[in-house]
Ligand binder design. Structure first.
Ligand code: ADP
Length: 488
């Protein structure tokens, strides 16, 4: 149970649907997150920097006023300076102190340290001439401590007159508003992120359904075929790739159906062919049993007929076994380098008596000696079958020519006869199992209709081809082409 649910999860993870969903989701969400972080950081730092810059400008103005108004000389009384301090403190919500050169706080917006001596390190450093700027991100404040400098006149005769520091301005600016701003930006970014994530999930789901639909359809069709449907419903053509697979699949189903049909046909042909000699034998035997006192000669004749039928049955079974052997994909084929001329000479010699009985001339035409990689016995049976047919379906006084030639790649065996020929429509069918042009005549000639089927299978096993040219009443030519070198 546990294993099954684990397998289910695994198969879901491996599914195209899940992968499309994940890819689209990530393609949207990852850039969204990266750009949110970027936008958030840029917005916050821009806001802070601008604020500080504006603050610094105001600060400089204040410093200039303190010096120009002589604020530290005139008992710290200047309406302009006080107004500026109040405005700056109000606007930025900050604390401003003005400290004289004796480190005494002469103005404090907080009033708590007024008149006291400032011991802040920043103030001491600034009275020494340093500009102090501290930005404390952790505690969220900015601290300025800047010296108040009376500049020396630019043109003076007194070379001893130099710029002098008369005090410092200390400002403590809390950046709580920046935090508020940050939180506001954070809120907006989060809302946008959530909306985009929902959009990503919906889009990803849509894509996964869309991409998966034709495949699901195809799966349904294949399943229905597996469950026994002869033909699947029209497959989806939404995508080129799926259309290609679906076309290939339709072709496969078609081929399987044709194969199935031809197998059924073959079985019924085999049964019929095997039954015919048995029926003849039964009729012959029954007529002998049924008629008492049959003369000896008739007995002899009938028994000879029965023997012929047994031979025929035997012939059919032998051919069938040969055919079945050849059709096995791993059928043994004993390739060796063989002299083709010699094989043909032997075959023709063996068939010469049959040809002579019909007064048929057997001619062997060899253009060159040919040595090729073939299965000697199987190739001999190809030659035998073709020449035998050329004799069988020839007219008395006809000719059969076996011609052998080769080029650098193949050798060619042509078997030409001057016989009855084969009609164009039958030419396509002569390689079918049990096909005979004239069934009635075949009973006399003794053919099984399997010879050419076996011949073609042997030629194909040698990676060769077989073609037929024929004209009714004029004769037939079979052309076999086989590679000189056999490559497994
Ligand atoms: P069979 O054992 O009947 O000869 P084959 O498979 O060898 O079977 O041949 C199939 C049929 O093709 C034959 O029955 C015959 O009708 C036809 N055929 C084959 N070879 C020739 C030929 N050379 N000339 C005319 N018809 C032929």
């Amino acid at each position: 149970m546990k294993k099954k649910s684990y397998e289910n999860i695994l198969s879901f993870i491996k599914s195209l649907r899940f992968r499309v969903f994940m890819i689209v989701t990530l393609l949207v969400i990852v850039p969204v997150i990266i750009s949110s972080i970027f936008i958030y950081n840029v917005a916050v730092s821009e806001y802070t920097d601008k604020k500080i810059d504006r603050f610094k400008a105001n600060n400089t103005m204040l410093k200039n006023s303190i010096v120009s108004e002589g604020y530290l000389d005139q008992n710290n009384e200047s309406q302009i300076v006080d107004a500026q301090i109040a405005q700056l403190a109000g606007e930025y919500n900050c604390r401003i102190q003005v400290i004289n050169s004796q480190y005494i706080v002469v103005s404090d917006t907080d009033s708590s340290e007024l008149g006291k001596t400032s011991i802040s390190e920043s103030v001491i450093k600034s009275i020494d001439g340093e500009n102090i700027f501290i930005k404390n991100e952790k505690e969220n404040y900015v601290e300025f401590a800047e010296p108040l400098v009376i500049a020396a006149p630019s043109i003076t005769t007194d070379s001893n007159k130099k710029s002098s520091i008369v005090g410092a301005v200390y400002i403590h600016y809390s950046m709580d508003d920046v935090v508020d701003y940050k939180e506001a930006v954070e809120r907006y970014v989060l809302i946008i992120d959530i909306l985009l994530t929902i959009f990503a999930l919906v889009t990803a789901w849509g894509c996964s359904v869309l991409f998966n639909r034709p495949i699901q359809k195809m799966h349904k069709t294949i399943k229905s075929i597996t469950l026994g449907a002869v033909e699947g419903e029209q497959n989806s053509k939404e995508y080129t790739e799926v259309a290609q697979i679906s076309d290939e699949f339709s072709r496969l189903v078609e081929r399987m159906n044709t194969q199935d049909k031809s197998r059924q046909e073959f079985v019924s042909n085999v049964s019929h062919e095997l039954k015919t000699p048995l029926t003849s034998m039964k009729v012959l035997a029954e007529s002998l049993i049924g008629n008492e006192g049959v003369p000896e000669e008739l007995y002899q004749e009938f028994l000879q007929d029965i023997c012929k039928e047994i031979d025929r049955e035997n012939e059919i079974i032998t051919d069938l076994l040969d055919l079945v052997k050849m059709e096995k994909t791993d059928a043994e084929i004993n390739i060796s380098s063989v002299n083709i001329n010699e094989i043909l000479e032997t075959v023709l010699k063996r068939l010469k008596p049959i040809a002579e009985s019909k007064n048929i001339e057997l001619v062997f035409e060899s253009f060159r000696p040919v040595i090729a990689d073939v299965d000697e016995l199987k190739f001999a049976s190809v030659a035998t079958n073709l020449v035998e047919n050329a004799i069988k379906y020839n007219n008395t006084d006809g000719t059969v020519t076996a011609s052998l030639n080769s080029d650098h790649q193949y050798f060619y065996l042509k078997v030409i006869d001057t016989g009855i020929g084969i009609s164009e429509e039958d030419q396509e069918r002569v390689f079918e199992r049990f096909f005979r042009v004239d069934k009635a005549r075949a009973r006399q000639t003794g053919g099984t209709g399997l010879g050419l089927a076996i011949t073609r299978d042997i030629v194909l096993k040698h990676h060769g081809s077989i073609k037929i040219h024929s004209k009714e009443g004029e004769g037939t030519t079979f052309i076999v082409r086989i590679p000189l070198k056999y490559i497994a």
